[in-house]
Design a protein. Structure first.
Length: 186
């Protein structure tokens, strides 16, 4: 049995879901981002308890197949941007198509219909979040970040960053440095 779960985007979510399943006596579960594969049958009572327990953590069980598919697309993107060591060498549409084995045009149209934004916009938002994270940790310079996230140039990254956040990457970095220094004084 496969159970789809909305907002499941990190390793912590997987651990949480696994713990909640074990509390319900469900031990043989394969927990992945966005869904759980369970060998045994789950009673309606267990399903309601799981739904309520996960809801407290911002996770939701999904029954609608379209929404479940959109969550799979989101999880592929989140995994690709936030959890992979390297970005794929192929374009994003080909990567998503390969990961889900579904037509990208269909996925793209469905995603826009359900989410009210395009897959590309979702990718850009997550890439910018990754840029923010990398800037805050100060491990990489902007050129390295640009290369790491497959931007065509530093200028392209900077323009996209400013369009999404309203700040240039250097302004954002300075702003966070000041905030960190102020917190250290407390």
């Amino acid at each position: 049995m496969r159970i789809y779960i909305k907002n499941m985007v990190s390793l912590r979510c997987k651990i949480l879901v696994n713990e909640e399943l074990k509390k319900l006596g469900i031990n043989d579960a394969n927990v992945e981002l966005g869904f759980v594969e369970v060998e045994q049958e789950i009673s309606d009572k267990q399903l309601v308890l799981l739904k309520n327990n996960l809801y407290r953590y911002g996770l939701e069980l999904i029954k609608d197949k379209k929404i479940a598919l959109i969550e799979r697309v989101k999880n592929v993107i989140i995994n690709m941007i936030h959890n992979a060591d390297e970005q794929p060498d192929i374009n994003y549409s080909s990567y998503i198509n390969k990961q889900l084995n579904l037509d990208y045009v269909y996925l793209s149209n469905l995603f826009s219909e359900v989410e009210g934004r395009t897959i590309q916009q979702f990718i850009i938002l997550h890439k910018i979040e990754k840029v923010k994270e990398l800037l805050m940790y100060n491990e990489y310079n902007l050129t390295e970040i640009s290369y790491k996230l497959n931007y065509s140039s530093v200028a392209h990254l900077s323009n996209q960053f400013k369009k999404v956040t309203g700040y240039s990457p250097s302004s954002f970095k300075k702003m966070n440095l000041r905030r960190t220094q102020m917190l250290e004084r407390i």
